[in-house]
Every structure is written in C-alpha cells, then in structure tokens.
Design a protein. Sequence first.
Length: 551
Amino acid sequence: MMQEALKYLDMGYSVIPCGQNKRPLIPWKEYQTRLPTQGEVREWWRTSPGANIAIVTGKVSGLTVLDCDSQDAVSAFLSIYKGTTPTVKTPRGTHYYFQHAEGTRNTVKIKNLDLDLRSEGGYVIAPPSINDKGLPYKWLVDLSHNKDSLDSLLAFLYIGHDDRQNYYSRQMSSMSSNVVMFDHGRRDNDLFHTANHLAKGHMPDEEIEQVLLAIMQGWGEYDEKWARMKVKSAMDRIERGQRNLAAEVEEYILSSSGVILSSDVVNCLHLSSREDKKNLNKILTRFCERGILQKHGDRNGTWRRVESDIEIIDWKNAVTDEYPIDMPLSIGDFVKLYPGNIAILAGSSNTGKTTFMLELIRLNQQKHKVVYMNSEMGASELKLRLEMFKDVCPVDKWNFTAVERSDKFADAIEPDAFNIIDFMEIYDEFWKLGGWIRDIHKKLKNGIAFIAIQKQSSTKKEQRDFGRGGEMTIEKPRLYMAMDRGRIKIVKAKIWRQHDRNPNGLARNFKIVSGWKFIPTDEWSSDEDKEYQRHGIINDKDFPNEKGWNH
C-alpha cells in the first residue's frame, strides 16, 4: 500500500491514509493545499501498513471526481456522458475522475440521485484499497500519468444543444451553492471549519470541543478523539498564521527577477485573508523605501526588483575551454557547456529522468569528479539500478560519490565537480526553485550542475515545456530541456556548437531499452522542420514564394 501511495504521489496527487471506515487517520486539512512529502507518506504507512489510500480532490491534485453510488446514478450519468476518463469500480458503485472544475466543492444527491461530487475539500478512496467487508476498489480505466489527458467534467456537458444537456449544465454550474453542512463526505472538513472560526473568536479549547461533540451527536456519533484532533488542527493553523509575512515576501522577491505582480505574490504565498493582503501592500511599499523594489509601469500592483548587487566579472582570467561532457541522444552535437554552467532537465513523472542522470554519470565518470545527489533512492535501490548497466559498466567499475539530499542543494555543491541533482524535489511554493538554482549558480566555479526537476502540468502552450516554478527556473541555465514519455526537446540552448544551426526548439523521439539505453527513433528536428517535410519542402531552394504558397 505504501508503494501504491508513493506512485500516486509521484503522479502529482495528494494522498492520505484512511481506515476501512473511510475516515482519515491523520489531520488532513493541510494536504488540501499541498502534497505530502515522500517521508510523510512512508511514515504514515509504516505506522499503519494496512491503511487504505485516499486521494485528496480539488485544486491540489487537479481532480474533480463524480461518485455514482448506485446503478441508477451510473445510468443517469452515462446518458449524457459518452467519453472515456479514468474510472474506478467501487464496492458500491463507480468513480469517474475528471480535471479539476474550478469553483466546485463537495456536493451530494445531485438531482436526488446517489450522485455525489468530490472536489475542493474532499477525497476519494483509491485502488487497491479494500472496504470493511473485504470488497476492493479496482481501476476499470487506469489513471493516466498525464493529467492533461483527463476529460473536463464541465466541457462535455456544454457540448450539444438538447434540453437534457442544458439542464445538467445548469445543475453543474450551480453546484458550489448546493451544499449541506456536515453531510456525509464533508463532515471532517466542516468540523475543522467550525473549530477554526471558534478558535479565531478566542473560545477556549475545551468549549470548542464541546461544540464539535454536540454537532456529532446530531448525526449519531460521539468521538472525543476526532473532536480533539480538529481543535488541535485549528489551533496549529492559528499559530502558523502568526508568521513573519515580511520575511516570506522578501524571500519570494529575492527568488524572482523581472516584473513582479502583487497578484502573483498573493497566489504563491497562499494569502487568502483580507488582513494578509492589506499587510502585503504595506510590506511592498516598505521594500520600495528600502530600495529592494520600485514601481513598474502605470498599473497598480506591478513592481520590479532593483538589482543593486554588483559582481565584478574577471573576464581576463576566465577559462575559455569548454567543459567537455557526453550526453545521451547526441545532445552534445548541438550545444556546449562551460565551467560554472547549469543545465536543467524538466521531465514528467516516469519518463526516464533518473535513467538519463545515471547515463550522464556512466558517460562522464572517467574524466570528471561526479557528485550525484538523489532525494528518493536508498543504497539498495541505487545499486539495483546500476546493475541494469552491467553489459557496459559492471557495478564495481562505477566511479562517483552518491549523496542523499532533498533540500539546501547549494550547501552540498562541489564548486569544481560535475554535480548531478536527481531530482530537485518540491511539492508547493514552486517559486522557490528559481532561488535554489540561483544559489547553486553562485556556488559553482570550474564545475557544472545538471539538475532534474518535475515538469509542470499546464494547458498553456507556451508553458508546457517548463518545470515546476515556470519561468523562474529558466533564467540561469545555459541548457534547458523538457522530457515527456519517449520525447525530449531542447527548450533553451545559449551556446550553439554549430553556428549555422539554432538548436532551440529541436526535439527527438526515443525509447529506453534494457532499463538504461536511450535509442533514438528519429532525427533531431523542430516543429517547423516537420511542417516543411509535410509539404515536401527539402531546403531553402524549395521554399515557395509568398504567391506560390498554397494554404
């Protein structure tokens, strides 16, 4: 169960442990806004090895799930939905997984059917969990590693014009107001919500607990431990709320470059209260007075960081020799790296990031000192991975230093070595990645750093090739690549090997054989090259003039 939970986490879903009664075994409110760490997941299932797995729905996981608890509900739903989306057969009915529908919360008894919605503030039990009668949850249509492949819950309802679909469209669009507090499926969240507000009103702990117990009796339960847990969670939140907001804002600003929007700071730091937003404006004004920020343009809430720190470049004594490294798939035929450079590989889950990094070690371990930092694998798993290379490199021939590291990477960087970070792990506050990369860049001297990060899920075409942290991760690297399943793309290459060929935008398909070998399945080409080939254009001479182009 631990391994299955970690798989869901690796796919970007927030997981929590639940008992067979579907009740969370931990305080889970914070995991509605952030993913747990691998360490937290391992500890939960070490403590409760038989715990079921629940996936938290809503924005944090990018999921909205429709829970059909009877065959009538399934039939009603399938009368309007004709698509294919990840589907689970539950002991009582069926779960349909969709992309997160903004603005939707938990909703029960839609159209008086056994048709419930699990979204913001909710969770669903996931396979291979088993209920208290020994009945399993099973995938009918497996959950994809690519969240973009999930159907849109609202999109299919707006297709067509018949009255039935329009009726369901109106039902779905008004779901956010169709809620009943303390109904089944939302009780844990509502208890915390109540405790949180009473705590903010300075009611004593004991009295808040009495209120929660009275509420529970209204639906026929009396669980002192559950009530006490909700009170503690509420008090912990208030304590966390008394944070040094100015320090967090300053860290965000120092991790940013270019134009900074107040709205971006609000979103990244999860500032929801009116008081926090008011304080933010005061903090930004003070930073202007200190010379850290200055107003940018005519729009309100638009700032620019003042780059006042000057670093003298000793160009006369600079090394001009290339830092020679070999890379899989002939990437080195197009780009060069120099001492002090950073390269980024932004990859989706389970696409071969670790395999790529281990192949980098194999190819370069005889000519450079290699330091490999890993945030996931222990010694045994790493050795097993290296044994896959036995045909080209026996285990006893590997020559590198392996370091377990999940944060503060700059502290472990060896300035003159070939540093490989696999991978830079972060599950919230993605903006911090830009600062981490900048800190590593400052630490490097004659060495380089090759960093793997998780590729972000985005519906915006211009952001699909960025890692988590977006444009903040692309400033310092001299080489930036994006990897999906079976495809790698050069997003940014600042130093070209061939002066007459720009490698930016070039992509190549590949397959991984024997667990390590990258085998190309086509040549490097850009989307533009493919378009030319589709029209039979071979070179510049064949490119038609404006009048001759037939669209």
